[in-house]
Design a protein around this ligand. Structure first.
Ligand SMILES: [Zn+2]
Length: 308
């Protein structure tokens, strides 16, 4: 493999954790890291980009924000001169699909059916509490032109790159992307390595579904697999195990409170998530995670788009 440009990422925290596009991206630099085999990770602002690079060209997973498209292209040029052949979206959020309209000039975009539906219709992403973000309807140039219900495989660079759909985790259109030969997996936002996750209850997401997606994925992976999280540094199975344990334990604690008839305010006052305080992040703080668990458990569900 060619040289890897290791650039210092100058990232505003606000950029890192927002799904919206109205930010100053001029200071963002792309950091390129070789993950394993022929898979790289690009960090700028928004979701982590995975890239399979080889003789056949490049397959990228997610494309951050539109204003970063040229920086992403520049970072890829630093690895290879070969063209982008396909783009796969892990889910519909703007910090993973913002570059779609620009990248679709280079290569077709693939995603699960619900990604296209939500991008076309627009949505309010949120947890029915502190997190609420407008995702405006996207022009047709930005919509994935190839969609799948359950899974799809792209056979390039000697790799069977497989996108597998998991219903109702981070959203209702999530895919996890496997690079079996390189021994890498891109989890989308079903797994983040920066603390408590965002679960988009308004878009059919659920904590239960996120747990089952991660457990299903973990059961298929070799112990030394390299994990690209939706956000945060490169990770591994041990960290995913700790993450899913945290999800289960915090869900159980709040479930117990709900069954005792406690209100969200009571649970907040009792600080029931205190033992998991170290997971509190800049985007999803402990209170926001408690609110997400509570709203999920008490049935404040968004509209779940059923499969055809
Ligand atoms: Zn997301």
């Amino acid at each position: 493999m060619r040289k890897v440009a290791l650039l210092l990422a100058v990232v505003f925290l606000a950029c890192q954790y927002s799904l919206a596009q109205n930010q100053d991206f001029s200071k963002v630099e792309m950091k390129v890291t070789k993950v394993n085999g022929n898979v790289y990770m690009l960090e700028g602002a928004g979701g982590n980009i995975g890239a399979s690079v080889g003789q056949d060209g490049i397959v990228i997973v997610d494309d951050q924000f539109a204003p970063l498209a040229d920086k992403i292209r520049g970072a890829l040029k630093g690895i290879t001169d070969r063209p982008v052949r396909f783009v796969i979206n892990t889910h519909y959020h703007g910090d993973h699909t913002g570059g779609n309209a620009l990248f679709q000039k280079d290569a077709p975009i693939l995603a699960q059916d619900n990604v296209r539906k939500r991008m076309e219709q627009g949505a309010t992403a949120g947890n029915f509490g502190k997190i609420s973000m407008q995702m405006p309807p996207q022009p047709k140039e930005a919509l994935p032109v190839i969609t799948f219900e359950h899974d799809v495989t792209v056979h390039l660079n000697g790799e069977d790159i497989r996108a597998l759909h998991f219903p109702s985790g981070h959203t209702d259109g999530d895919s996890v992307i496997f690079f079996p030969k390189s021994n890498v997996v891109h989890m989308g936002d079903d797994f983040v390595s920066y603390g408590f996750p965002f679960v988009d209850l308004a878009a059919g997401g659920s904590v239960e579904g996120m747990i089952s997606a991660i457990e299903h994925v973990m059961a298929q992976l070799p112990p030394d697999v390299k994990v690209i999280p939706g956000h945060g540094p490169i990770s591994n199975l041990d960290e995913m195990k700790r993450f899913v344990t945290m999800l289960k334990e915090t869900l159980a604690v709040v479930d117990k409170g709900v069954k005792q008839g406690k209100t969200l305010e009571q649970l907040q006052k009792e600080n029931v998530l205190a033992p998991w305080q170290k997971w509190s992040g800049d985007f999803v703080k402990t209170d926001t995670w408690l609110e997400t668990l509570y709203n999920d458990l008490t049935g404040k569900k968004g509209e779940f788009i059923k499969h055809n």
